[in-house]
Design a protein around this ligand. Sequence first.
Ligand code: GAP
Length: 511
Amino acid sequence: MANEDQFKKVISHAKEYGYVFQSSEIYDGLSAVYDYAQNGVELKNNIRNYWWKAMVQMHENIVGIDAAIFMHPTTWKASGHVDAFNDPLIDNKDSKKRYRADVLVEDYCAKIEAKIEKEVKKATKRFGDAFDKAQFLQTNPRVLGYQEKIDSILSRLGKSLENEDLADVKNLIEELEIADPLTGSKNWTDVKQFNLMFGTKLGASAENAMDLYLRPETAQGIFVNYLNVQKSSRLKIPFGIAQTGKAFRNEIVARQFIFRMREFEQMEMQFFIKPGTQKEWFEHWKEHRLKWHLSLGLGEDNYRYHDHEKLAHYADAATDIEFRFPFGFKELEGIHSRTDFDLKQHEEYSGKKLQYFDPESNEHYTPYVLETSIGLDRMFLAVFSNSLVEETLPNNTTRTVLKLPAVLAPTKAAVLPLVKKDGLPDIAKKIVEDLKWDFNVIYDEKDAVGRRYRRQDAAGTPFCITVDHDSLDDNSVTLRHRDTMEQSRVKIEDLSTIINNEVSVKNWLKG
Ligand code: GAP
């Protein structure tokens, strides 16, 4: 319940402080579609830049592209999306509500997992400093029982989905006595597959129009361009191609705010490698991507790997980096060993050779591909929800503060004249003029300074710069830090260096 409350706070805070709005809200909104507002777009851009810097510009052997959203429709036949990009759906006959069958089972397991966490909490309280969590998880009979149950359910679900045995998925739901989360009814239909791609048309007249799909992943834009990029860049294997961009899926379970959207943005990188080396590259990218996440300081305990039981039609190994969202651990990023499936399929469907000539071994081969794929919106939610805290201060008042990593914060500093007279606004405006070449900064003169501090805390601004009467003589200002609320007197000419130190991508990525 506490988590549910926290999640509601996240959603309303995102609206109140100009981060995320429901799309077309004046028409009562469009389900699972959202707009990014004035602060949201800055945060989103900063996350995208942080990824691009780490993945593209810091790697000599990775380049970026920006492929079109529309692609030739055969792309999706070749990739397997027309035939196999389905979700198993189940309807409740009483409530007429539709659910993803696998999500119903996974949510059931998440409830068992919550019981494990409860046991851990109890034991932590009981044993204090002497508590060894790893040992407890491996030896406590009740925890082992819960874990065994989860493993057996998920393994059966994985096998049934892999074998397309949808009748068994329904049996599993009935055996576990899973009820409609909204009404409690257990009156289920059979499980059916449902394709997630959105269709559209290209062409002026109905007779000549060509059926198109809105891309459900950005990856295929990379595959079909891989040889053009390789030849024009003269990159040698191993090398990567990255891109960020919109993807579209007709998601049925579209709750949880921007976690699962119908229009969303991906940041993907396909790494082209020699066949047979995929295991070591899989481990490499698993580790590298987790390191990227940890560099943002959201807490090591909030991440975990989840290896896939059920592999997608293109993969020979896959893992998720999961994040502790307000509604529990869920997939944030996928790392997939995609073999040569996609390139071979595109060769077959296009009739074009997509082989690479390896000058070192003097042979032609179809490269294998290691993919890292993260949802930008999901990353936004991870950062935003983790940063929103309610603090009790020493004087027993509370403050709401959005402790965004400073490197990602939309506004780096707010410049505040203590009063609207005596020349203080002029100095403050001059500071804004100087700083805005390097940082996104704002000027704010409304309300008492304490209220302005609170407003910036809640908006996630890491620094407030206050110009007071002493500034007229000593060319100094008060610099206030959002997280510690500490204030120090600094020279105006030093502001840029101090802020840069705290917000530069280099300092954050280097750790
Ligand atoms: N190219 C591989 C691929 O698309 P995926 O696991 O289906 O793999 C990758 O998606 C990432 O995209 C996920 O880890 C998630 O962060 C994000 N994602 C997928 N579907 C999404 C949705 N409906 N809304 C928001 N993000 C989504």
